[in-house]
Design a protein around this ligand. Sequence first.
Ligand code: JFZ
Length: 605
Amino acid sequence: MKKWLAFLLVFLLLIGVSAAAAGPAQQDAEREKRIAWWREARFGMFIHWGLYALPAGEWNGQPIPGIGEWIMNRAKIPVSQYEKLAQQFNPVKFNADEWVAVAKAAGMKYIVITSKHHDGFAMYGSKVSKYNIVDATPFHRDPMKELAEAAKKAGLKFGFYYSQTQDWHEYDGNGNTWDWPENDPKRDFAKYFESKCKPQVKEILTGYGPLAEVWFDTPRNISKEMSLELVKMVHDLNPMCLVDGRVGNGVGDYDSAGDNQISAGNFKRDWETPVTLNDTWGFKKDDHNWKSAAVLVRQLAQVAGRNGNYLLNVGPTAEGVIPAESVERLADVGKWMAVNGESIYGTSGSPLPYDFPWGAITVKPGKVYLHMFEWPSEDFTIFGLKTKVKTAYLLADASHKELWMKQEHDLKIDHHSLTLKLPRTAPDAKDSVIVLETAGAQDWNNGLLQQPDGSITLPASLGGVHAPEGAKQELRIDTRGVAEHWTNPKEWMNWEFRTSAPGRFNLVIVTSMQKDARDWEGGHDVKVHIDGLNPAGKDLEGIISDDARLQNPSNPYWPYVESRIGTVDLNRAASYVLTLKPESIEAAKKLGFTLVSVRLVPTTR
Ligand code: JFZ
């Protein structure tokens, strides 16, 4: 064989081997490229639009509880009746440019819209199934083509939601147990996956321009092989297209929080939370429980402060109109973003692993953004920033007039503090942003520190979790930062923390209720021991009781409960270790000890 030919064959073989064996490092490099725009964007529009907008939460004259897009499931509407909705679906007021303009005015950088939700109806011109908006409705247009083009024209990224497992229109799909028995052995999900799911995913990937992401949902019992197959299909057809975490089995490009869930802890990972403007994704004519612009802005800042993306949903009507209340609130958020967007776009999460009662922190190289939800009535102090602050100013002040500040380092206890004098009134009651410009890379003391208000918060998400020697640990901290499956009193937690202002403290334990305050379990008998007291104090013991309710700043659907355990003297500025050991845990409801945090609050407050 000619030498050049042999060389060429070896060269091609080497390329083939290296490409096939793209190891984790290369996959990571590709993901870093793919996700760069998404980290910059931080804020997107979710759109749930489908046949369910017609009944709009009512069926046979009866209101159907729950989220609007689940009406077929909640009212157990047979396919034969539900599919008739297609004949009435004619969104003549749909205007793609208007929808995109609402997103752009809000400061949103990407749009993700339902191409096929659990009801099985395709909102785009599918060749795989006639059950779609072009073939089965009097509209006969493909609104997804119009929306994809409008988004591109406006410079917004565009992606599709696709329900890869649930399909209540199909015998072999998952989830319809009212037309066909759930355990019918002839139902074949693999057949559905091959004949509808994959071909439709290919359609949305190839028919609407380069997608920014495919947002899969409710993986349920899908196999890891199937999840990986979907990821491979997306990345083979469009290497720059992101796949969300709900593709299942932990193989998405980023993590997906539960609906309206604002994650806590491990700030370094990429994650996104989908949030409703009211209490439903799909339009419901009687859902008027709209979140205020202040709640939306604060949630956006809270999520960005935890290194996440905020995907805020609108549910257009069957006529193709985004409800006025949604448009109004998004416009208010957009006014805030027009002034403060720099503190959200392209930022990373707070370097400090705990929350602040006053707001949230986002950072960029050389800048710290303090999001003040509560405006201090006196000087404002923050602990833990070691890096020199060159200047501080209000982001809303175009002149960047410098704020008076004092930065100190108490060498005796290695304690860093920064104090700012602020104007009497907040520039924006929703969230006023203070900018700290720092010299060089920021260095923080990210341990658990006593705060300027004297309080000390020990979050469950930052505690040491311990199980008895050799036993399988059940207690785990979920993405909300709440302890779950803590039903074994032999499992315990501890935290190391530091004080800078000695004193007497009320010891309070915060636990979480479950969604919509539907459930909570108290009565646990807990013991608290603190190492580092001099002289050594006695242990505290108390019962987790519903002494007070706390609004959960991260999520209005999951309220907190405060239980007072006792008082303790921390009479030195020092490091301590607090150990929390249950004597007994009530678990009749299988919820157990849903710890959120242990708090030490000065008795003088
Ligand atoms: C799913 C859908 O069922 C729902 O209709 C909507 O599209 C929403 C965005 O996603 O609902 C979920 C999915 C996951 C969780 C909760 C609701 N979860 O992980 O807690």
